[in-house]
Design a protein around this ligand. Sequence first.
Ligand SMILES: NC(=O)c1ccc[n+]([C@@H]2O[C@H](COP(=O)([O-])OP(=O)(O)OC[C@H]3O[C@@H](n4cnc5c(N)ncnc54)[C@H](OP(=O)(O)O)[C@@H]3O)[C@@H](O)[C@H]2O)c1
Length: 173
Amino acid sequence: MSKLVHVIVACAENRVIGRDGKVPWRIPEDMAFFHAQTSEQICIMGRICFDTWPGARRDSRRSIVVTSHPLPSSPDRSSAPGTGDFPRAATSLAGALEVAESTPGEVYICGGQRIYEETLALNRPLRLHLTLIHADVPGDRTFPEWRGQPWRERSRREGADANFRYTFFELER
Ligand SMILES: NC(=O)c1ccc[n+]([C@@H]2O[C@H](COP(=O)([O-])OP(=O)(O)OC[C@H]3O[C@@H](n4cnc5c(N)ncnc54)[C@H](OP(=O)(O)O)[C@@H]3O)[C@@H](O)[C@H]2O)c1
């Protein structure tokens, strides 16, 4: 029996998720949501996300980094207390999911673009935690088109700050 795979993303109406290696907005409520959902869980991500997100090594996250290169051992890549031999590397999404299957905790797919694309193309149940930002935002990384897939809405909650209106959706496929 395979674990349920959670996908977590904040995405603009035009599907933009990133620009110049960063998230192109700063929405504290969404950042808090993302950190609360993923802390102490298994986080699968691409190498750039891992390199640019220090939180991947905090809050007892078990990070699995998809990369074609071995992870160099450097002080800032060392394991947080209680996370054993994590962070770990996998050479494919399938390899990362295999490691996740035998690791305690929920599995969260944390991006970036190719990891999200490959995940949404999988033929398995997914739970999508989508923060949809109600704006078109310029960027160079996108989330795949999810709107044509047969998602069932589990919940939604509206939010806003001085710059954006957004909706927290929980969808299941
Ligand atoms: N808004 C959001 O919720 C959100 C979430 C995540 C990321 N982002 C944004 O997205 C951008 C980062 O994502 P990204 O798409 O540029 O990069 P990424 O997915 O973090 O990293 C890309 C790298 O991951 C490895 N990789 C990815 N898929 C692979 C596969 N299937 N097999 C083997 N290796 C694979 C490769 O590493 P090697 O080169 O080492 O082989 C590739 O160069 C940033 O702008 C970030 O802020 C936004």
